[in-house]
Design a protein around this ligand. Structure first.
Ligand SMILES: C[S@@+](CC[C@H](N)C(=O)[O-])C[C@H]1O[C@@H](n2cnc3c(N)ncnc32)[C@H](O)[C@@H]1O
Length: 273
């Protein structure tokens, strides 16, 4: 009975995602004002700074980085692609995996131009903005695959998708809370993805605070688990992660652009016991 309820919750969330529109989602969240590289208080530069710091502190290393619920976006692996020789991208929806494949195959006609993102991360790394072409080439070189995932399954990816030892690092942005029907499902999903990580490996988790919905396309209103910092910390602890750092960004009023009701963003750096 209880298992059936869990399945129903996950199935209801999957139904919401049928209408997900990658191009609209990118437009809503990854263009100004949310991605304004001239502003320090814009949400995307804040996320990129957190990721840059986390990947360059010296403690995150290994061979394989896995991004959980990549969606149609690449910003979350622009720092990590310099540290790991292999990067695996994942998403539930084929439409999103196709957007990523199109960019990686370098055939033009993309839903979003990632150039300003690549330039910005080059500058964070102390390189000239013009080095962005090298970073793009590096990313295309290290991404080994783009595979299906379902974080509601105890084994979220195909059994042979990862080496048996697991990944050295996981990154996941705005996925778990926006695909889970409630807080217990969010916590379970955090446990499921943890099985993909080797003991001692790092988790970099970015997510929404206080959000109850977002638009995944015109008229596609997707429910979200409204999280607070204490709930995020408790879910991490319950799943055997040791918290290294939690940073919080509060949305300035002009970043509230009507595509969701998010009030802030958290960035977590944690380690699996
Ligand atoms: C809010 S988007 C986040 C996309 C991207 N990571 C970002 O930072 O913008 C949520 C993503 O979760 C994916 N998703 C939906 N159901 C999922 C599931 N059961 N397991 C894993 N990912 C799922 C969606 O396809 C979508 O790409």
């Amino acid at each position: 009975m209880e298992a059936k309820g869990k399945e129903n919750g996950a199935a209801a969330m999957a139904a919401y995602y049928k209408g997900f529109d990658p191009a609209a989602y990118l437009q809503y969240n990854y263009t100004p004002p949310r991605a304004d590289f001239g502003r320090k208080d814009s949400i995307v530069p804040w996320k990129l700074a957190c990721l840059h710091r986390a990947f360059t502190e010296g403690d995150v290393s290994g061979e394989l980085l896995v991004d959980i619920g990549s969606g149609p976006t690449l910003y979350q692996v622009l720092s990590g692609c310099e540290v790991f020789n292999k990067v695996l991208l994942t998403d539930f929806l084929e439409v999103n995996r196709k957007v990523l494949r199109d960019w990686l195959q370098d055939e033009g006609g993309y839903s979003l131009d990632w150039t300003p993102y690549l330039q910005h991360v080059c500058k964070l790394e102390g390189r000239r903005a013009s080095a962005w072409t090298e970073k793009a080439a590096k990313l295309r070189q290290v991404v080994t695959d783009i595979i299906p995932i379902d974080v509601h399954r105890p084994q979220p990816v195909a059994p042979d998708a990862l080496p048996s030892a697991g990944a050295d690092c996981l990154v996941s942005s705005f996925c778990l809370e926006s695909v889970s029907p409630d807080l217990p499902a969010f916590t379970r999903a955090l446990g499921h993805i943890g099985r993909l990580l080797r003991p001692g490996g790092h988790l970099l988790l970015i997510g929404a605070l206080g959000e109850s919905y977002y638009f995944g396309g015109p008229g596609v209103k997707i429910p979200v688990v409204p999280l607070n910092e204490a709930e995020v910390c408790a879910s991490l602890k319950e799943n055997g992660y040791i918290l290294i750092r939690l940073e919080v960004y509060t949305l300035p009023p002009d970043m509230r652009v009507g595509v969701d009701d998010v009030s802030g963003v958290f960035f977590v750096k944690a380690k699996k016991e």
